[in-house]
Design a binder for this molecule. Sequence first.
Ligand SMILES: *[C@@H]1O[C@H](CO)[C@@H](O)[C@H](O)[C@H]1NC(C)=O
Length: 469
Amino acid sequence: MALLPLLLAACCSLLFTIASPARDITSTACASQISDFPHRNSSGLHLTLHHPQSPCSPAPLPSDLPFSTVLTHDDARVAHLASRLAATDNNNNAPSSRARRPTSLQNKKQAADSLASVPLMPGMSIGVGNYVTQLGLGTPATTYAMVVDTGSSLTWLQCSPCLVSCHRQAGTLYDPSASSTYASVPCSASQCGELQAATLNPSACSASNVCVYQASYGDSSFSVGYLSKDTVSFGSTRFPDFYYGCGQDNEGLFGRSAGLIGLARNKLSLLSQLAPALGGDAFSYCLPTSASTGYLSIGSSYSPGQYSYTPMASSSLDASLYFVGLSGMSVAGAPLAVSPSEYSSLPTIIDSGTVITRLPTAVYTALSKAVAAAMSGTQRAPAYSILDTCFDGQASQLRVPAVAMAFAGGASLKLATRNVLIDVDDSTTCLAFAPTDSTAIIGNTQQQTFSVVYDVAQSRIGFAAGGCS
Ligand SMILES: *[C@@H]1O[C@H](CO)[C@@H](O)[C@H](O)[C@H]1NC(C)=O
């Protein structure tokens, strides 16, 4: 449990850090010819999606970021997702604690426009594994680099005057006073009441009656600020009265993104807010490699024929996450040597921001053995961080067996080499899976270059090969 200090506007406005408009010149140039241009047509809204380390990203991570750092953050994210599934039961039994407001805000007159002082849930690390797109906000609109996250609901971005803290971001900082359509949201608004479900932290109320949100992501990553509404835009398509967080204390967001777009299943998520205007509760994406370009499409008229589907399961453990049923795996066409019941022995979510897929330990052990046996002609390398099945060489140069994942209802992911092995340095590649005893997660290395549709309205998730360009 982290405890946020009481944040006083009066004291802290002198301390805010200035977001720099400067951008790193990355060593690898962006070679993509695809214009990063959002557009809307009859099938919905279409945005460009970038790998977090792509030189074409509007806020690329440093190209020399050690992969071990990525894995450390990945483990923190997984621990946070697992803790949410473990903790929500207690919250359900104590509804009164959800409505609790931090008394320090109500009692202290001098906290004239303070933010919050409440314990936060352990959170997750954001930005390292999350893909990046652009979003416009305000009137006139300014464009911001934002990470996209299916594991959280509230959209927020760093917000002037950064009462407590903003990190350096690519491009200019959002300034609500420069937007003619900005409004803060009062504590009595229904959207303020929805924050508990959206952020899993209680909302707070400033002395000037503005609703305060607290989004936490672990590894001490969090954003705290004012719940606000403004016009959100993608290219020339504008949506008025979009609810989001105007972040005054933003810590732990990795890289130079301005904030986060939440796509989890909750009323405050961007998906739910835009769905009525876009004709339905569905989105699809292709998560690209660092050398390709992907997309995020929002709207229900995707081409349904190309996908194989699995039911979108929900769980009382956390209603905002996307659960699926893993039903089997094979290596070189042979089912793993594990009891079929092991595949469903843990709750399984699909997540855009987890890098390495986590499997129930028995399934992982059988997968590791089968892949190692199929690659017995390749020199083994020592374990690397959380990855214990490693080989000398680079994935693209090795003979790798076909690996397939099957889901309830018949959907399957026939993984390509890049979805099976991940290069951890210049001379080592590892099986991009890890064992877990708490929550199984279908991560983004395995989803890369597939089209994945999340059809909330029809409660199904679909996979199709070959979605990125
Ligand atoms: C809309 O745009 C997307 C993305 O460019 C494209 O794939 C799709 O075919 C278009 N749909 C229609 C109906 O024009």
